[in-house]
Design a protein around this ligand. Structure first.
Ligand SMILES: C[S@@+](CC[C@H](N)C(=O)[O-])C[C@H]1O[C@@H](n2cnc3c(N)ncnc32)[C@H](O)[C@@H]1O
Length: 214
């Protein structure tokens, strides 16, 4: 879910609980409501701080993470690139600038929970002067509309854990590998330490070894 939506959701709950403390009701209910508000206020604080750290006006972490991914793409620069879960297009635009001889495709589901639509990606690419080499497509990471081995480079940032139409998220990673050329480059970042999403970390290491592409 979009973090701004989450913040708004918890903020509304906090405000409702705080307003109850101001009502002319029994002091017990007012204190209880105040205590209940505390964890929600804490969540609002943590989420807002994370958004701030990721944003360009704060710690700029998102841009730094994208720079790190681009720096790990060890490729001669020619050929076809795919960004899975391209979001607002910021990573794929950095790739297009770093690899001027590449042609690139960004796919995303652009669900209603996210604030950036496909049109915004196209506009961002145009503003950065790379729109003639990037195609944006609406598709799910779980069923990529591409042939086996179609791409020289596949990247993905913080997307696999978001894919709702596959319970087993490692299958989404296998789908990414399906469209990668043998010997191609796959650079991705996700919440692999979260066992609820990706299961046992040892199993992820097994996939790592079996594919040899990661
Ligand atoms: C945390 S955002 C990351 C966006 C982008 N990769 C970045 O680093 O800025 C997760 C993205 O995953 C996308 N997403 C969620 N489910 C998806 C799916 N089934 N297929 C493709 N993208 C999906 C969302 O629309 C969102 O853009």
């Amino acid at each position: 879910m979009d973090s701004n939506l989450q913040i708004a959701y918890f903020l509304v709950i906090s405000l409702i609980l705080i307003s109850v403390t101001l009502l002319p009701i029994h002091v017990y209910h007012r204190v209880l409501s105040g205590l209940l508000a505390l964890p929600f206020i804490y969540i609002v604080f943590i989420l807002s701080y994370s958004v701030y750290q990721f944003a360009a006006f704060g710690g700029n972490y998102q841009s730094k993470i994208h720079d790190l991914i681009v720096s790990k793409v060890n490729w001669d620069g020619k050929g076809k690139f795919l960004d899975i879960g391209t979001g607002s297009g910021s990573l794929i635009i950095k790739l297009a600038k770093a690899f001027p001889a590449s042609s690139l495709t960004g796919i995303d589901y652009w669900g209603e929970n996210w604030e950036y639509p496909k049109a915004q990606c196209e506009q961002n690419a145009e503003l950065e002067g790379v729109h003639d080499r990037i195609v944006f497509l609406k598709a799910s990471a779980s069923a990529l509309p591409f042939h086996d081995g179609e791409f020289d480079v596949v990247v993905s940032c913080l997307t696999f854990h978001e894919v709702k139409d596959k319970k087993n998220k490692t299958e989404v990673i296998s789908e990414a590998l399906r469209v990668l050329k043998p010997g191609g480059v796959f650079v991705f970042l996700d919440l692999f330490m979260d066992e609820k999403v990706f299961g046992d970390e040892k199993r992820s290491h097994k996939i790592h070894k079996e594919t040899g592409n990661i």
